[in-house]
Design a protein around this ligand. Sequence first.
Ligand code: SAM
Length: 257
Amino acid sequence: MSTIRPKRSLGQNFLVDPNTARRIVDALAVPTGGQVVEIGPGTGAITSLLLARHPQLIAVEIDQRAVQALTEQFPDLDVRHQDVLDIDWKALAGQGGSRLHVIGNLPYHITSPILFSLFENTSFVAEAVIMMQLEVAERLIAKPRTKPYGILSVATQLVGRAEILFRVSRNVFRPRPNVTSAVVRLTFPQEPSGVEYSGRLREVVRAAFNQRRKKLRNSLAAVAESAGVEVPDRWSNRRAEELVPEEFVELTRYLTR
Ligand code: SAM
């Protein structure tokens, strides 16, 4: 197997297998002229493949040394030296005039904040192909009454659709990580279903799962009190893990009066 060699060590897990790089890039379904944003390109393991297909590629990278190396290697690449969590998705989408296609292999400790940032911006993001820890990927697609079902499952399933495309061996990274990875494709429908994962809904879901074994009348007592109402009888004796995602939307309506 030929390998992609990171030029310098930036203290992260870099992809070194061209076949895996190609499979990740193949997972993006970009219409002609669609705008692609790569987050955390590092030493460019998938960047060259992306650039060949999407010359308007925008890359967002926090590490100055990586930014410099990318600029040298790909003089035409639009590299932004920026924290992905500070991205103004609306402004980026406005530049190209269409919703964005996001792709990336990032440090796993920021997977959740990135996902929530995307969930709050589905008007500007059509699709995201993200490498993540398998355990997190399983949470995105988990069903009620299962152990992985939680905040990430409810949020993901309310705003779009997630598919685990394939698992990725630890051996295709340098250094070799301690966890198994997976590539996930998230698609966010063009016409919003009316659900925005933010504000009160986010607060209710978080409070309910923070005490997931408690009945909702207890776990949501403070939220209900702040709204001057009680948790309706229909839900009060149930637990967070028993509710399907849409029920949280309905419940939030009662707790917002
Ligand atoms: N995508 C490359 C690959 O697959 O080999 C690099 C992966 S490496 C795990 C993660 C990359 O994300 C690093 O280049 C790191 O500097 C960058 N990164 C980490 N945190 C970031 C952030 N908050 N915003 C943008 N880039 C970030």
